[in-house]
Design a protein. Sequence first.
Length: 312
Amino acid sequence: MRKLAKIVTTLAVLLMVSSMAFASAKSKLIVIITPPHDNPFFKSEADGARLKAESLGYSTLVLVHDDDVNKQNELFDTAIARDASAIILDNAGADATIAAVKKAKDAGIPSFLIDREINASGVALAQIVSNNYQGAQLGAEEFVSLMDEEGTYVELVGRESDTNAGIRSKGYHDVIDQYPGLKMVARQSANWSQTEGFEKMETILQAHPNIKGVICGNDTMAMGAMAALKAAGKGNVIVVGFDGSNEVRDSILAGDIKATVLQPAFREAELAVEQAHTYLTTGKKPAKEKQLMDCVLINKENAHRLETFGMK
């Protein structure tokens, strides 16, 4: 019996050594796919994931899908062809991305999603997103206070196909609509874009020159709106954003934009890589697939502590 037990133990050790050898032989490449980096939020995601992955001994490939589903599919094919260990993804569409993530899963490559969810469970190993509804309520409460609970306002929303755009807008309105003195006179999508935020704000001002406030689905649209307002001599209009970028931090400190909501992009990306590393080295999956991280209100009181989508 002792001899048999020794043989079994030896076989178990050999199997473990063989598994370790296989893991080390497999590509230690983490592919990071995000929207374009001209938005500092997405650049922060990519930087957070890349730096954490490299600190853990992985090589990285950072790619941009430009919010184009077809391009995203091609990038997944690249990751599969390169035998990536894992994919860190901020996706290009809640429904359109499901097939690509499943294709990677079938190829033995797990995906860890950040920022934006997909409309499916059990396909990605993790979906780590900011609590957009909670954050939007924080921003709306500050907006209501800044507006003294009355006046006309405009809402600029994000890309209509993006789940976060709808969640943030709902969070805003679940608060603002409780105040009958606040009247929305225009609501338009500026597709998360600073350029479109500027252009849409210019057009809206022609029809509604006396608005009191603008609430935006992200910081880049807020920056565009603020630029258009200042160009029209209306820099005193109350503008609130969402993301927590350094650019809006500086605008708040300069007295222009009044507030934003920090979603911890850098930390979300780091956490995705940490969970990928744990899975790749131990086989342990995250305790939950869908994980929410709370947001933080940023205004003139704490803007000086904001740095690269995190608090000092």
